[in-house]
Design a protein around this ligand. Structure first.
Ligand code: FMN
Length: 138
């Protein structure tokens, strides 16, 4: 599957699974790991663990709670830009299997900061610490 297709497939799968009642606690039980030695309070925030998901996966703040259920101590949404933008023409991400690497030439495709802020404002579950990147493209 092309990398970007695999991304959207996985995204939809995680979203779909979380619609099934009882899945979230099961994922938490499977992927969650808590230990006092992993916990840290920084900037007035209590991190359950130091493992965060970097920007680029949940670009539009749509899946942060789900990733929280999968054990991440925090999730970085974005990069978002002031206005929605399509990013670079496809294909724009390429696998380098020999190097176990991926070329990311996405070009900050996102639905804009307002949409992400709305989702964050309306989130019911506030258990996940969220960071975000906003970039102004001149
Ligand atoms: C497909 C893709 C999209 C990314 N998008 C962003 C982004 O929007 N903003 C950002 O700051 N980093 C972005 N990154 C960089 C990642 O946050 C991370 O720094 C980089 O992938 C290196 O970490 P890794 O080796 O764990 O993947 C992206 C990376 C990939 C592979």
């Amino acid at each position: 599957m092309a990398p970007e297709k695999a991304h959207h497939f996985t995204f939809s799968l995680i979203k779909f699974l979380h619609k099934i009642p009882g899945i979230a606690p099961i994922l938490k039980a499977i992927y969650g790991f808590e230990h006092p030695k992993l916990e840290k309070t920084l900037f007035g925030l209590h991190f359950k663990n130091p493992i965060g998901l970097a920007a680029g996966m949940d670009k539009d703040a749509k899946l942060f709670n789900e990733f929280g259920n999968m054990g991440f101590g925090f999730v970085e949404i974005g990069t978002v830009t002031p206005l929605a933008q399509p990013g670079n023409d496809k294909p724009r991400s390429f696998r380098l299997p020999k190097n176990e690497a991926l070329i990311n030439r996405m070009g900050f495709n996102n639905e804009g900061v307002k949409a992400a802020a709305e989702r964050l404002k309306n989130r019911k579950d506030k258990s996940v610490i969220i960071g975000g990147i906003l970039v102004r493209i001149k």
